[in-house]
Write a protein that binds this ligand. Structure first.
Ligand code: DAH
Length: 340
C-alpha cells in the first residue's frame, strides 16, 4: 500500500469512529496521536520516500494529524457534555438541578437593610480603595492615631494616600460632602484590615455604617433607633445596654451590647457569664467631623453607628469561626438554603 493509500484509509477510519466512552476515546487518541501511534509511524516512513513525493505526502500527513486532533476534541467534548450522555434507561429519574443558596453574610446584610429602610434610611456606597482624608482625617483621627499604623491599614501603592478602607465610616464623609441634611443613610460594604487570619479575626470583613443628621437629633433618638433595630433583628425580648466608649469621630461615644441571644441575660458560656454581647459602636457625630464636610455644627447634630455583619451573622446563625464565611465550603453554605 502506498503512503497516500494508507493516509486515505486512516482518514476514513477517523471519520467513521464514534464513541461516548471516555476510555475508548482515549485509546483512539493513543492509537493515532500517541508517541508510538500511527501518525508518528507515518512521519518515520516519510523520511524514506523519494524527494519528489514529499510535498504531496507531507501535506496529506499534516491534514490527517489535524483531523485526528479535531476528532479527539469533538469526542471528548461530547463525552463530557450531558447531550452526549448515553440514555440507557428512559424511566430513570432526571438529574437533580443543583440549586444555590444565599451566603449567610448576604442574608444578614439584607435583613439589616430591610430594618433600616423601614425607618426611612437610604442606602449609600463608597469606594473600597480610599484616601487618607475619607478614612481618617475627615473623621477626626489625629495624625499619630495608631489606627493609621501600617499594621492595621493596607496600603496598595507606594503612595501612602492610597489605601483600602478599614471601616465603612468613610462613606459617611462622602455622603456629607455631597448632601446637606436631613441625611438618613446606611452604608453596607467590605472593609480591610491587616490582621492575621484566625477564628476571631480576618483581613476582609463587612460592616454597616449608619448616619442620621438633622436639626435637633439627640442621643435619645440614637437609643430608640438602636432598640428598634435590636428587637427587629434578635427578637422582641432583646434588651440593650450602652457603655461609654471612645471613637475619634463621635462625642459622646458608646458601645452597644444586646442581652445574650442564648441565655437571654442569665449568663452562659457564649456571653462569658455577663448576660450581654457586644454588637456595635455608636455616638453623636463629633462637631469636627461635621465641619470637615461643610455641615454647620451650630445648626445640625447627628448620630452614627457601625456594626460588623459577620458579628451579627455569628449571633444569628451560631457560627463561631470567621474563616467559614470566606472558604466557600459547600457543606457550610448549603446549611443556609432554608433561609432564602
Ligand atoms: N468605624 C468603627 C469601627 O470600624 C465603628 C463605628 C463606631 C462606627 C462608632 C460609627 C460609630 O459610626 O459611631 O470600629
Amino acid at each position: 500500500m502506498t503512503m497516500l493509500d494508507k493516509i486515505e484509509k486512516y482518514l476514513n477510519e477517523i471519520e467513521n469512529f464514534q464513541s461516548h466512552d471516555p476510555e475508548e476515546v482515549e485509546n483512539f487518541r493513543i492509537k493515532y496521536l500517541g508517541r508510538k501511534g500511527l501518525l508518528n509511524e507515518l512521519f518515520e516512513e516519510f523520511k524514506t520516500i523519494p524527494k519528489e513525493e514529499k510535498p504531496e505526502v507531507g501535506k496529506k500527513i499534516n491534514e490527517l494529524k489535524t483531523r485526528a486532533r479535531e476528532k479527539v476534541n469533538e469526542l471528548k467534548a461530547a463525552a463530557t457534555s450531558t447531550s452526549g450522555r448515553q440514555i440507557d434507561d428512559v424511566t430513570r429519574p432526571g438529574y437533580p438541578e443543583a440549586i444555590g443558596s444565599k451566603h449567610p453574610i448576604s442574608l444578614t446584610r439584607q435583613e439589616i437593610i430591610t430594618i433600616f429602610t423601614r425607618l426611612g434610611y437610604t442606602i449609600s456606597e463608597g469606594p473600597e480603595i480610599e484616601d487618607d482624608w475619607h478614612v481618617f482625617s475627615a473623621l477626626n483621627f489625629p495624625d499619630e492615631h495608631p489606627a493609621r499604623d501600617m499594621q492595621d491599614t493596607f496600603f496598595i501603592t507606594r503612595d501612602p494616600d492610597v489605601l483600602l478602607r478599614t471601616h465603612t465610616s468613610s462613606v459617611q464623609v462622602r455622603v456629607m460632602e455631597n448632601e446637606q441634611p436631613p441625611i438618613r443613610t446606611i452604608s453596607p460594604g467590605r472593609v480591610f484590615r491587616n490582621e492575621a487570619i484566625s477564628a476571631r479575626a480576618h483581613c476582609i470583613f463587612h460592616q454597616v455604617e449608619g448616619l442620621y443628621i438633622d436639626k435637633n437629633v439627640s442621643f435619645a433618638d440614637l437609643k430608640q433607633t438602636l432598640i428598634y433595630f435590636a428587637k427587629e433583628m434578635f427578637g422582641t425580648e432583646t434588651q440593650i445596654r450602652l457603655r461609654p466608649s471612645f471613637f475619634p469621630f463621635t462625642e459622646p461615644s458608646a458601645e452597644m451590647d444586646i442581652s445574650c441571644t442564648l441565655c437571654g441575660g442569665k449568663g452562659c458560656k457564649i456571653c462569658k457569664y455577663t448576660g450581654f454581647l457586644e454588637i456595635l459602636g455608636c455616638g453623636m457625630v463629633d462637631p469636627n467631623v461635621l465641619k470637615a464636610s461643610n455641615i454647620d455644627p451650630d445648626v445640625y447634630t447627628g448620630f452614627a453607628f457601625g456594626m460588623g455583619i459577620e458579628r451579627i451573622a455569628q449571633l444569628k446563625f451560631n457560627v463561631n469561626d470567621l474563616r467559614l464565611y470566606f472558604e466557600n465550603d459547600l457543606r457550610f453554605l448549603e446549611q443556609f438554603k432554608a433561609k432564602i
